[in-house]
Design a protein. Structure first.
Length: 202
C-alpha cells in the first residue's frame, strides 16, 4: 500500500457522511477529530477529502505554525478552496486529484513526509443536491459525474445506450438491486420511445 512509503505518525478515517459546502459546511465530530489527530506545532497534515474545507480550516486555526495539504478530485471544490488558501498564505497546499492515486500525487508534488492524515469518507450531501443527476429530489440532467473534469461518460449515455446486459450488471453489482431485470426492461422500453434525459423520467 502507498501508506507504507510515507513516514506517517497517525491516520484518521472518518466513516460517516458530511456536508461539503464552502458556504454552510459544518464538519462532523470536529472536536473529536482534532483530538484524535493530536495536532502539534510545526507539523504538516494531509486532508485527502477536502470538500467544504471545514476540517482543514479547523486544523489551520488550531496553531499558526501548522500546515495542511488538502486533496479533492472535484476541480470546482479545489477552485473554491483558493479563498481559504489566501486566508492562510503559505500554509495550505491544494491538490486536484483522487486519494486513490495519493502516492503518485504526493510524489508529483515532492511531498515526502506528513504527520497525520484525515480521510472523511462518505458522500457529500452538498454534492448530492447540487450535482446534476445525483438526486431524485431535483429534476436535473442525467449526469451523475462527481468530477466532470475526470470523467467523460455520463449517466445519460449509459442509461440510453448501454445494452440490457450491461445495465443489469451495473444495477446488480453497484446497487445490489433485486428487481434488476424488471427495472432494465422498463428502461429499455421507455428509451425506445424517447431518450431518457432527466432524473424525473426515471
Amino acid at each position: 500500500m502507498w501508506l507504507q512509503h510515507l513516514p506517517i505518525k497517525k491516520v484518521l478515517y472518518l466513516q460517516f457522511n458530511g456536508d461539503n459546502s464552502m458556504t454552510y459546511h459544518v464538519p462532523v465530530l470536529l472536536k473529536e477529530t482534532l483530538e484524535m489527530l493530536h495536532l502539534e506545532p510545526n507539523k504538516t497534515y494531509l486532508d485527502v477529502t477536502f470538500g467544504g474545507g471545514g476540517h482543514t480550516r479547523a486544523i489551520l486555526e488550531s496553531n499558526p505554525t501548522i500546515k495542511v495539504i488538502a486533496l479533492d478530485w472535484d476541480k470546482e471544490v479545489i477552485e473554491r478552496g483558493e479563498d481559504l488558501q489566501n486566508e492562510f498564505p503559505n500554509r495550505l497546499t491544494l491538490i486536484w486529484g483522487s486519494f486513490a492515486h495519493l502516492y503518485k500525487l504526493l510524489k508529483k508534488h515532492k511531498v515526502t513526509q506528513v504527520d497525520g492524515i484525515l480521510a472523511d469518507f462518505g458522500t457529500s450531501q452538498h454534492q448530492i443536491h447540487t450535482k446534476d443527476g445525483l438526486s431524485f429530489s431535483n429534476d436535473t440532467p442525467l449526469d451523475m459525474r462527481m468530477s466532470q473534469a475526470h470523467h467523460r461518460v455520463t449517466a445519460y449515455q449509459i442509461v440510453n445506450f448501454a445494452t440490457p446486459e450491461e445495465l443489469r450488471k451495473i444495477f446488480w453489482t453497484y446497487g445490489e438491486e433485486k428487481n434488476t431485470k424488471e427495472i432494465v426492461q422498463a428502461i429499455v422500453q421507455e428509451r425506445k420511445k424517447k431518450k431518457i434525459k432527466k432524473t424525473a423520467m426515471l
